[in-house]
Design a protein around this ligand. Structure first.
Ligand code: ZN
Length: 447
């Protein structure tokens, strides 16, 4: 008994010590979860069930499954047309042709290179279904598709040739059964989603005077679950410049590296303090460079910086802290110069993705959850940086869905797509689109 009591008291003290340590080490940041599981509300599950009871909808779901070989043929054909950043034209033209064949009321390409096709409904409302045309791969990358078993290998096959093929499959199925929707549907293949593209395609679509879009669904192959919150980012390249000279002979000149170092130091200290509380906000000096040799005062010093937050206010505030640190670095170094010209600094914004959130209860988000649930997928909402950032930041309901776990190796030469059950993503996209757009002729039959 005594023996047991000692063991128990030892265990308790271990637990107490562990508990204490956990308390000390617990992060002070109130982190906004990057993902959250949300059950769809009963009314949206019911809305979907009612749509699924329609014979025409059941026929379309079967049609999508039976015609999966056509979807895969489109996927391979479109993937094998290169679409490097800023050079999406050839793929855009092929996509426009396929949209026209699939049966739409009109099809066009705008001045930014975005492809549109419109299918009229019976109301003023317009729902967009979009997929980006561009890939991250430079010109000359081998984009030929290789098949092994049920898997297709090729750079860009899922992200995002898959999105384009899915749009065509949804459109073909709707055309086959003459579905009349209450909203107009705008099918879009947009440019410039990846990296340096900086969402330029959707930024152009949602400009003042752009086409009217009341809700926006993006299909982006590499996305898992449902993106309903836009992670915003600001990216800068900062360059300090001076005359430069010999480290001994020209000693006393202002030194751009010293200014850059001071700026990074000030920024890191203040940004650390700022991001310790409130919604998660991040900052990173990712690259620095400049200078010619160890015994030369550099004529140039540069850095590239990335800041992110799901909150637009936080993003602006960390940006202000950054800009102030850059100016202070300049002023500090210019005060120290003993002769010669003061340094200058140039701050160039190289990336700007706005942030924002849909409410978890908004109808589009709820519909996406209800459809995912019906398809046997997880009902998880995530924060991400996708084409949906732009409409979300403007208060327009928008979500991004994707292929989930049917692929991998995104943005690498080893990217792959597992074709087995691939038709389910087409069905999921069709269902979400049709619940959001509303169906006008529920008793429609094949033509
Ligand atoms: Zn993508």
């Amino acid at each position: 008994m005594i023996h047991n009591a000692i063991i128990i008291s030892l265990l308790i003290s271990v637990l107490l010590v562990t508990g204490c340590q956990e308390q000390v080490e617990a992060p002070k940041t109130e982190v906004l979860e990057d993902s959250i599981r949300v059950d769809p509300l009963p009314e949206f599950k019911e809305e979907l069930s009612n749509i699924l009871e329609l014979a025409s909808v059941q026929s379309i779901l079967s049609y999508i499954e039976e015609n999966d070989s056509q979807t895969l043929a489109d996927l391979i054909e479109l993937n094998e047309i290169e679409a490097p950043p800023f050079k999406e034209e050839l793929r855009a033209m092929a996509f426009r042709e396929k949209l026209a064949e699939a049966g739409v009321d009109s099809v066009w390409i705008d001045e930014a290179g975005n492809v549109f096709s419109l299918r009229y409904g019976n109301s003023e409302k317009t729902v967009a279904l979009a997929a980006h045309l561009d890939t991250v791969f430079p010109e000359g990358t081998d984009v030929k598709v290789k098949q092994r078993g049920d898997t297709l290998f090729a750079p860009g096959i899922v992200d995002n040739a898959r999105g384009l093929a899915i749009i065509l499959a949804v459109l073909r199925a709707m055309d086959q059964y003459d579905v009349e929707t209450s909203s107009n549907i705008l099918f879009i293949g947009n440019v410039g989603e990846e990296g340096i593209g900086d969402l330029r395609g959707v930024k152009h679509i949602f400009r003042d005077g752009g086409p009217q879009i009341d809700s926006f669904i993006a299909f982006d192959g590499n996305i898992i679950d449902i993106i309903s919150r836009g992670l915003g980012s600001h990216r800068y390249r900062v360059t300090y410049q001076g005359s430069g000279g010999h480290s001994w002979g020209a000693f006393g000149l202002a030194n751009p590296h010293h200014a850059l170092g001071a700026a990074i130091r000030t920024f890191a200290v203040k940004a650390d303090d700022y991001t310790k509380s409130g919604l998660k906000t991040s900052y990173n000096v990712g690259r620095i460079g400049g200078g010619t040799s160890v015994n030369s005062i550099p004529f140039e010093s540069w850095m590239e910086v990335d800041m992110r937050s799901v909150s637009p206010e936080n993003l602006n505030e960390i940006d202000t802290i950054f800009q102030r640190a850059v100016r202070e670095g300049l002023e500090e170094q210019n005060k120290l110069l003993r002769y010669g010209q003061p340094l200058t600094v140039e701050v160039a914004m190289i990336g700007n993705r706005p942030s924002g959130s849909n409410s978890n209860e908004s109808p589009l988000v709820q519909r996406a959850l209800a459809v995912a649930d019906k398809m046997g997928k997880r009902t998880i909402l995530r924060t991400g940086s996708t084409d949906a950032n732009i409409p979300i930041s403007l208060g327009i309901p928008a979500v991004t869905i994707g292929e989930g776990v049917n692929g991998g190796g995104y943005h690498s030469l080893e990217e792959f797509f597992i074709t087995k059950d691939g038709y389910k993503s087409v069905q999921e996209t069709f269902l979400l689109l049709i619940v959001e757009a509303g169906i006008n002729n529920p008793s429609t039959s094949t033509r």
